[in-house]
Write a protein that binds this ligand. Structure first.
Ligand code: FE
Ligand code: CA
Length: 561
């Protein structure tokens, strides 16, 4: 129950969060999701002084018994935060309902000055597979209410996992219309694949708040600009997130300790340390605060027996880009097996995790496009095409018949796409061992934005195994995982140049699970034979049920504006 100085009566006072909670209290018979969305729509409205909670709240890294709850005290968000330079305390309250009638945890946590007065509360003792509501209080002001959930218990039978997959949200290029719609989806988890902020200056539809960012104060103010966006806040309030970074959280196309060519001449590792610190301060991650230029962020999440999610870092440990970076012809360096995309430690960690997984699916959440993709006659050396032997090493692991059916989730390219992962990337007739799902940008410039409309159709025509590409639109991927299949819906918005716009489903694609892989804990109701490697020999693809077979389903726009 509420702790001292922190009563529900005070919470339900004149704040927007309290008002919203009261409003739904009378109709809490609805589904948890519906109630949550109503609360969140109300709290997203900028109708009251947010006090120190200008950056909203967030949650992430869900486990069966715990989840990380985040906020940051920043009454003057774009100018260093505005808090006195001493540690602060923040009260929190967690309930099983949006009205906070059933409070299950409450207490006080420190917001350290050294961490920009951010809060990372790793709240344990929770029930598996359960939705919760949470809020903070500081200086007599309530935060917005966030909704989050725990993962199912280890090995539990799970009917479905629905992910929102996002990447690349350059603030200056447009509005976060995609997040407005994503917040109304029925998701379990949002996975952000990087480019959460962009480091440059500039102005287009919206403006960055400074020139290129270098210092930790610069990075903090940049996160504050992004996190001040109401649509982004609503998306954080609606679901737990798993966040990994790509390059723009520090510097465009950096590789390990090597900055982008032409980047400001500063000590890059000092800059990277500043970038990583500000990233940690602003994300709901279960990681120790960084000290210095290194921060291990690759980690795994299990969703019962259904899926193991591997969240990778393809930026911090990679070899420098081959052949001069960007779009290039192969120069041989890209074929050098001594180069790595993940670093050899992470490669070994991932291989062991995949081989040790007993889930039905392995979801590999990472940053850059995995499959071979010739673009305008060249290859993007920042993608896995620039690290071909490293890619083959991972493909070889995925080919192991004891490894679960695998899906690689990618971002970075500011385009949507879906394709096969084959044993031999250069042989379109070789066996399919997984699927790749590329989410388009939330806002960052697409090829279409940059004067090359319709390139996606050309890519599909010229790329074996690429079933879909949209290089024009912005949005997100909704991916529903069941024991039987992956069902992806590529959601795109009509425009990002206005604050509001409609949403449509550009394409839906279904990929069945590879039934030749070992049996997993499956619902007893499926009735499908799951022969533990007995009857279904590997490589038996005599029917249309070949592994990785793709089936397009009819497209029905879910939203029309
Ligand atoms: Fe990007
Ligand atoms: Ca990127």
């Amino acid at each position: 129950m509420p702790v001292e100085g922190f009563t529900r009566r005070r919470f339900l006072g004149a704040t927007i969060g309290g008002a919203a909670a009261l409003a739904v209290g009378a109709s809490s018979a609805g589904s948890a999701g519906a109630v949550g969305r109503r609360v969140l729509a109300a709290t997203a409205a900028p109708s009251a002084d947010p006090g120190p909670f200008t950056l909203g709240v967030a949650s992430g890294d869900p486990l069966p018994d715990r989840v990380v709850l985040w906020t940051r005290l920043a009454p003057d968000p774009l100018n260093g935060g505005g808090m006195p330079p001493v540690d602060q305390t923040v009260d929190y309250e967690v309930a099983t309902d949006a009205g906070f009638a059933g409070v299950v945890a409450a207490g006080t946590v420190t917001a350290p000055a050294a961490h920009a007065h951010s809060v990372h509360l790793d709240l344990g003792g929770l029930q598996p597979d359960t939705w919760y509501w949470y809020r903070f209080r500081h200086g007599g002001v309530d935060s917005p209410i966030g909704r989050t959930r725990t993962a199912p218990a280890g090995g539990a039978t799970v009917a479905a996992l629905t992910l929102g997959v996002v990447s690349c949200q350059d603030f200056v290029n447009g509005y976060y219309t995609a997040y407005h719609h994503l917040s109304s989806e029925d998701l379990d988890l949002v996975v952000h694949l990087g480019d959460y902020i962009y480091e440059g200056g500039g102005s287009r539809v919206r403006s960055h708040n400074s020139a290129e960012i270098i210092t930790v104060d610069d990075y903090r103010n940049r996160y504050a600009l992004y996190k001040g966006d109401a649509d982004l806040q609503a998306a954080h309030q609606a679901f737990p997130w798993v966040v990994v970074w790509d390059d723009h959280e520090a510097d465009n196309n950096y590789a390990g300790a090597t900055p982008e060519v032409g980047a400001p001449a500063v000590d890059f590792l000092a800059r990277r340390a500043a970038a990583y610190q500000a990233w940690w301060e602003h994300q709901p991650v279960r990681l120790s605060p960084p000290s210095g230029a290194d921060l291990r962020i690759y980690r795994t999440f299990a969703w019962g027996g259904l899926a193991d999610l591997f969240a990778l870092d393809t930026r911090q440990y990679r070899s420098d880009q081959a052949c001069g970076d960007n779009l290039q012809l192969s120069c041989g360096e890209d074929l050098d097996p001594s180069r790595s995309m993940m670093g050899f430690d992470q490669e070994a960690w991932l291989a062991a995790g995949l081989r040790g997984s007993s889930a039905s699916w392995a979801l590999i959440a990472q940053q850059v496009v995995f499959g071979r993709l010739e673009i305008l006659g060249r290859f993007n050396m920042d993608q896995w095409d620039g690290y071909a032997p490293a890619r083959q090493r991972l493909v070889d692991v995925l080919t192991d018949p004891t490894v679960p059916s695998a899906a690689v989730l990618s971002g970075d390219i500011h385009a949507a796409g879906q394709g096969d992962i084959r044993v031999d990337q250069n042989d379109p007739a070789s066996r399919v061992v997984g699927s790749e799902w590329v989410t388009t940008s939330v806002t960052s410039s697409t090829f279409g934005d940059d004067g090359l409309p319709g390139l996606g159709d050309v890519l599909v025509q010229n790329t074996p195994g690429l079933h879909y590409a949209n290089t024009d639109d912005h949005g997100y991927l909704r991916l529903t995982v069941t024991d039987e299949q992956l069902h992806g819906a590529f959601q795109v918005v009509d425009t990002i140049t206005q604050p509001t716009a409609g949403l449509r489903t550009d394409r839906e694609i279904v990929v069945p699970r590879d039934r030749s892989r070992p049996a997993r804990p499956t619902p007893s109701t499926t009735g499908a034979p799951s022969g533990s490697g007995s009857g279904s020999a590997a490589g038996s693809s005599r029917t249309g049920r070949a592994s990785g077979a793709v089936q397009a389903v009819s497209v029905t726009p879910r939203f029309t504006g």
